[in-house]
Design a protein around this ligand. Sequence first.
Ligand SMILES: [Zn+2]
Length: 171
Amino acid sequence: MSKNLAKVQDMLDGNYKNKIQVGVGDQEVEQTRQVGDKWVDSDGRPCEQRDGYQVKGRLATSNITHQSWDNKCSGCKKLIVKAWDKDCHKADGRCYYCQMEFEDNLKFDKPIRWFAYRRLKDFINMKSIEKDMEQWIDEMEKQREKNPFDMKVANAMANGEVEMSIKKNTQ
Ligand SMILES: [Zn+2]
């Protein structure tokens, strides 16, 4: 039996200990975590970085942690509540308007700095895509806890399709 099918079989048998890993190899262990970061460890447990310590399992997925996104703008110190402010704040720590102002100032006063800033930002965007994926997996895990049967079928189908397309490609 192939690895994928064995995994599906495990799930259908009611063994949910399938491991989900994000990142390449052990790289994720070496990453420096920031307060509010969430990820899934190599045992498939959700984790969250708090101020000075890490929490694992249920604590990391409780509703309390969702408020860690509600933060203050590093520029004008207002509370980040609006969706566009949140998007901006996640990446830059500023609210939308402070970020616009910051970028405008850089563009006109310090073009070389602006160039370096954009390059850095591209790099950070890659990181945040990775983070989005981790959150997506978190969400999938939660959904599965809520409704194991549906996820069982969905996973079996998804993995079956992956299996089939791999076969097609290698033939
Ligand atoms: Zn601001």
